[in-house]
Design a protein around this ligand. Structure first.
Ligand code: ADP
Ligand code: MG
Length: 269
């Protein structure tokens, strides 16, 4: 297939792209969990990069280290080896320059929808009026204006995830990293959220690194798909998604990409 690269040689170095600093560079990232029992090599020599404005999906079987890699990129877990750089700067701690969305929403149950969305903004130097305007814009963007004073417990899973996305976008980060953000919602809501995310990405030019175990979701969203393998977690191959947007599941090229990626993961076509 055109654009398919396999093997460490093809994935070892960052692409030179158009000469600008790549958005995210992973350079020989490794992680060993060693909490007393048998050490687990969760990641081994993971190197790839995500260019500014690019949408990259990370797929792979359960246990191949996707969440570990997500947490390292977000600054929530330390790598054992190698380094992650965002816009040229090594990641050492969580930062508001990055929007982070977890599978399990991570909303604050004691805050309203609007207060959850405002959370990151409180720690910026924007005026109160600016913060309020930004919260209103974000609620409008994700279609939750009328739920601004509701609490998370009264929302469906899809609505909670919209709040989490609005919160991550509120501070206008250049980079969004998301770990199976639509994994817990029904198929119809998932497709709607995918379209909304693509709209945001298309209209803002943000860089997105999106973890999923759903191959069709990756083919729907990504410019490129990084396929991981397990034990140890590593990059198996990188697939360019040469399917014009908006992508239709009925398009034969869509089906070809899904089949190819499934084969690489080893799940069969
Ligand atoms: P994925 O998200 O692809 O399912 P994870 O990153 O969650 O993969 O896990 C990768 C490997 O690391 C698995 O073998 C998992 O059991 C192990 N692992 C993950 N978190 C921890 C931890 N905190 N302590 C020990 N082992 C862990
Ligand atoms: Mg995971």
């Amino acid at each position: 297939m055109a654009g398919m690269n396999r093997g460490s040689g093809a994935t070892g170095g960052p692409p030179t792209g158009d000469g600008g600093d790549p958005g995210v560079v992973l350079d020989g990232v490794g992680k060993t969990y060693d909490d007393g029992g048998t050490p687990v090599r969760a990641l081994d020599d993971v190197s790839f990069s995500v260019a500014d404005g690019e949408f990259v999906c990370l797929v792979g079987p359960s246990g191949c280290g996707k969440t570990t890699l997500f947490r390292i990129i977000a600054g929530l877990t330390q790598a054992t080896d190698g380094a992650v750089r965002v816009a040229g700067t090594p990641v050492t701690d969580p930062t508001t320059d990055m929007g982070v969305v977890f599978q399990e929403y991570h909303l604050f149950p004691w805050l309203t929808v609007a207060e959850n969305v405002a959370f990151g903004l409180e720690r910026t130097d924007r005026s109160e009026a600016e913060r309020e305007r930004r919260v209103d814009e974000m609620l409008d963007l994700v279609g939750l204006t009328e739920f601004r004073d509701s609490y998370p417990k009264s929302l469906s899973g899809g609505m909670k995830q919209r709040v989490a996305i609005a919160r991550s976008l509120a501070v206008d980060p250049e980079l969004l990293v998301m770990d199976e953000p639509f994994g817990a919602v029904d198929a119809q809501t998932r497709e709607m959220l995918q379209r909304e995310l693509l709209d945001v990405w298309g209209s803002t030019g943000k860089t997105v690194l999106f973890v999923t175990h759903d191959v069709a979701e990756a083919v729907t969203l990504a410019d490129r798909i990084v396929v991981m393998a397990a034990e140890p977690g590593r990059v198996d191959s990188v697939v360019d998604v040469d399917v014009p947007r908006p992508r239709e599941r009925g398009d034969p090229a869509f089906g070809d990409h899904v089949a190819r990626v499934r084969e690489l993961i080893g799940a069969g076509p």
